[in-house]
Design a protein around this ligand. Structure first.
Ligand code: DCP
Ligand code: MG
Length: 402
């Protein structure tokens, strides 16, 4: 079968801040710069690392590692701080504001990362490397933080490119270099490869994306199913989604955490789900999605995965409602004490008919049947900025989910 041509037209930029929470802390506390720093649970308490500075990563510490394990690895001069979500959310808003001055087509995908379509900028600004350097410089100027930028013909290439030279990286992958760029990477970075599909490819002797490219489409369809087969076939050739849409209707919005070591402490699971709810809620509000269906995903050692869903009476994008629903799904099962490999939550079941996105609830006064609920959802981020995340969390967690 002939190799398909790569699309020539789009220029997609992915930007991801470096060690985001930790970098904000080092920015605001100059005496902490250049030192290992962990943002997350307090040492001696239960909980996990939210993130850590690159100085701490040298000791093998990373996000979602239990704090006790991190403490064992890190030197005594390490700084430990609790997260200040309000501050990070504010910096995130500032960064997204900067990106909107670069291109009108910005899609925020998490607290510290976004995609931009910069196709139209080459004639105005210059080649992709200049555009990327400008984005980094503007972020640094506005908020004093470094970001890593990847530029390529689509989302997949841009995202992988932003990751290869972290921190403070800038990687441009022109269409004609996409094949060489992907070939040595592990095939697991491709979208759609999960715990079921990865072993199937491994049994075929596949390790890298270059190996995947050696397989005929028919073989991939046979082993992965028709849909995933063709998706993996195309991605291995650098073909992927190149649409950037600030308010893209999505099937679902979700966040999950895979623990480096299995966790059975319910407090760690609770804290991790709270973080996921904050991320999901924040993205849903930003992209104007209200969903009715909250899904809890959990995986026990080694690959036993369960999902449980609950349909809420009132559609929501509210962190506390999301967390409450997911946590009650967890509590309703006889899972207590079992070692958990992965936990996460998602929202779907959008409430409107206009392509899944309901704008009105955010624009106008909150509707029946629960005005208080929707007003709270819409203003949650603003209140967080003023009073701090803890105040909000305590206040909302007393309300009943849904
Ligand atoms: N985060 C978290 N818990 C996780 C993963 C992330 O609380 N399991 C938070 C802390 C991070 C922020 O989200 O600072 C952004 O996540 P990233 O995956 O982008 O990680 P960092 O920005 O910290 O590091 P990197 O330089 O690898 O992007
Ligand atoms: Mg980051």
């Amino acid at each position: 079968m002939p190799e398909p041509d790569l699309p020539m037209s789009r220029l997609i930029l992915h930007v991801d801040l470096d060690a985001f929470y930790a970098s904000v802390e080092q920015r605001d506390h100059p005496e902490w710069r250049g030192r290992p720093l962990v943002v997350g649970a307090e040492p001696g308490q239960r909980g996990v690392v939210a993130t850590c500075s690159y100085e701490a990563r040298r000791f093998g510490v990373h996000s979602a590692m239990p704090i006790a394990q991190a403490v064992r690895r890190l030197p005594p001069e390490t700084i430990y701080v609790r997260p200040s979500m309000a501050r990070y959310a504010k910096v995130s808003q500032q960064v997204m504001g900067v990106l909107e001055t670069v291109s009108p087509v910005v899609e925020r995908v998490s607290i510290d990362e976004a995609y931009l379509d910069v196709s139209g900028l080459t004639s105005l600004v210059g080649p992709p490397a200049i555009i990327g350097a400008q984005v980094k410089a503007r972020i640094r100027q506005a908020v004093g933080l470094t970001a890593s930028v990847g530029i390529g013909p689509n989302r997949l290439i841009a995202k992988l490119a932003s990751d290869v030279q972290k921190p403070d990286g800038l990687t441009v992958v022109p269409p004609e270099q996409v094949g060489d760029f992907l070939a040595p990477m592990p095939f697991t970075v491709l979208r759609g490869i999960g715990v079921k599909t990865a072993p199937r490819l491994e049994r075929l002797g596949v390790k890298t994306i270059g190996d995947v490219r050696q397989l005929p489409l028919e073989t991939l369809r046979q082993h992965l199913g028709a849909r995933t087969g063709i998706q993996v076939y195309q991605q291995a050739r650098g073909l992927a989604d190149d649409r950037i849409d600030p308010a893209r209707p999505r099937q679902s919005i979700s966040r999950e955490t895979t623990f480096p070591e299995d966790v059975s402490d319910p407090r760690i699971l609770e804290e991790t789900l709270r973080w996921a709810a904050q991320e999901v809620g924040s993205i849903a509000r930003q992209t104007r999605h209200l969903g009715r269906v909250v899904t809890l995903k959990i995986r026990f050692h080694p690959f036993e995965t369960h999902t449980r869903s609950r349909t809420l009476k009132v559609p929501t994008a509210d962190d506390a409602a999301l967390f409450g629903a997911a946590w009650s799904l967890f509590a309703a099962e006889p899972w207590s004490g079992r070692p958990v490999r992965l936990i996460g939550l998602g929202i779907s079941g959008w409430s409107a008919t206009d392509g899944g996105v309901q704008m009105d609830l955010f624009e106008t006064a909150a509707p029946e049947p629960c005005p208080e609920h929707d007003r709270l959802a819409a203003t949650l981020d603003a209140i967080r900025n003023r009073f701090g995340a803890d105040a909000i969390q305590r206040g909302l967690s007393r309300r009943s989910p849904g």
